[in-house]
Design a protein around this ligand. Structure first.
Ligand SMILES: Cc1ncc(COP(=O)(O)O)c(C=O)c1O
Length: 449
């Protein structure tokens, strides 16, 4: 079977919570008190139902009717057997992908954007702020807030603002205001502009700007597109669907690959399979990250801030240090200094694996995928493609025939400038120097609670 569809009536009606099966996480620590953050502190940014999902070990959460109704605009998404890619590689492995690029905003981010906009709306919030790296999350939340008639301000990392001008047009189309970060609208932005007027910005800094605005205004909440537990919960629908689809196709993946920025598409597709693994089934889930931002593979498992200005709760995670300024590689969505506490815990406990890939490999396989499967992948998603293709070739060398599943987290129609740079030979691999990582790790806070 080349394409495996589910009917809308077969779409999961509950989200699965990874917190119910993995070892307990350390609590988020308040940056103000150095003690576990209180619900009251978190309520300044998030609505009650989201906070409940963030903290709960409950195994399943019902997806609200209104959210289900919107999700069926593009869900269930297909699982596709990438036969032409297999042929081009000359591999004996089977390669499948779950296509999250079919959502209205073009990526998996829309799954949680709709849920977050909904919960804020029913709690009476009329405006949200957020950050965006590659522009995918900002686009998804712009679409979602427009569905619920809410206002949105998006702080977009400056380098992406200039690399992808049509992201701004897309967000404006849905009524969002788009501000390149660092901006002079917040203390965090002004401090960075003073330090470096030419700053490219970073996700950590854009988060500071968005959090600062929400924290200063009672009527404004903040929404985050990755990292946090509730985001992985909303993304679990990817893995729940994929597992059913693999069953229908009469197969089960030996390995599951996804790109890893903050960890939400990885946590999403891996969720159902990790539950199986913990219950004794043999399946390897692999997070694929850039060589230039190697959070899991070269970072440290410790407590750190989620942003540059130290406004977010301090969380235990793999980090390269909150003031790590990543190079302007083209996969903007994978340039975050930290990682989801859930993904970090699973990596630290040996439940999942992680690998890093250089961008030349990423673009090589991205182009091969476009030519064979007819979909231009987002550079972030091409990390997962590269992870799966490299594994297939290694399996061939070992004489193994595995089934490999990866998450195609988004399409790359807004990323053509990056592909042009690749075609013109302007890209090179960049490995973040160990000394620079050690230097930025010096800034992580000491936590005792
Ligand atoms: C297409 C795409 N894939 C993956 C990611 C990485 O985010 P996460 O690790 O939360 O899935 C992003 C982030 O912007 C993205 O835009």
């Amino acid at each position: 079977m080349k394409k495996i569809y589910l009917n809308p009536s077969e779409m999961p009606t509950q989200w699965f919570n990874l917190l119910s099966v993995i070892p307990q996480l350390a609590p988020p620590i308040s940056p103000m008190t150095g003690k576990p953050a209180t619900p009251e502190e978190m309520l300044a940014l998030f609505p009650g139902p989201i906070l409940e999902q963030e903290m709960s070990n409950q195994e399943f959460f019902d997806i609200p009717e209104e959210v289900l109704d919107i999700l069926t605009i593009w869900r269930p998404t297909p699982v596709v057997r990438a036969e032409r890619l297999e042929k081009a590689l000359g591999t004996d492995c089977k390669i499948y992908f779950k296509n999250e690029g079919v959502s209205p905003a073009g990526s998996h981010k829309t799954n949680t954007a709709v849920a977050q906009a909904y919960y804020n709306k029913i709690c009476g919030i009329k405006k949200l702020t957020t950050e965006t790296g590659a522009g995918q999350w900002g686009s998804a939340l712009s679409y979602a807030t427009s569905l619920f008639d809410m206002a949105l301000r998006v702080y977009i990392v400056k380098v992406s603002y200039f690399q992808k001008p049509y992201r701004k047009s897309f967000m404006n189309m849905f009524g969002a205001e788009v501000i390149p970060s660092p901006s002079d609208m917040t203390n965090a932005g002004r401090a960075e502009l003073k330090r470096d007027p030419e700053s490219n910005g970073s996700l950590g800094l854009a988060i500071s700007e968005a959090v600062e605005e929400a924290a200063m205004n009672k009527d404004i909440n903040y929404a985050l597109g990755s990292v946090l537990n509730h985001v992985l919960l909303h993304q679990s629908i990817i893995g729940l669907e994929a597992k059913k689809q693999m069953e229908i196709g009469g197969d089960y993946p030996d390995m599951v690959f996804a790109s890893c920025g903050g960890g939400s598409n990885f946590g999403g597709i891996a969720s159902a399979f990790i539950k199986d693994k913990i219950e004794g089934k043999k399946v390897d889930c692999v997070a694929v990250e850039p060589l230039s931002c190697p959070t899991l593979t070269k970072g440290e498992f410790t407590f750190d801030y989620g942003d540059v200005a130290k406004m977010t709760p301090i969380m235990q995670m793999y980090t390269l240090g909150h003031d790590f300024m990543p190079p302007a590689i083209h996969a903007g969505g994978l340039r975050y200094h930290g990682d989801s506490p859930i993904v970090s815990k699973m990596y630290n406990e040996g439940i999942i694996d992680a690998r890093s890939v250089g961008q030349l490999d990423v673009f090589k396989y991205g182009v091969m995928f476009a030519k064979t499967e007819g979909i231009v992948p987002a550079p972030e998603s091409a990390h997962a493609i590269a992870g799966a293709c490299n594994e297939a070739l290694e399996c061939d060398k070992r004489g193994e025939k595995k089934s490999l599943l990866f998450c195609l987290s988004g399409h790359g129609f807004f990323d053509m400038a990056s592909y042009d740079a690749y075609f013109e030979g302007k890209l090179e691999d960049y490995e973040y120097p160990e000394e620079a990582i050690a230097q930025s790790l010096k800034g992580v806070p000491e936590v005792k609670f």
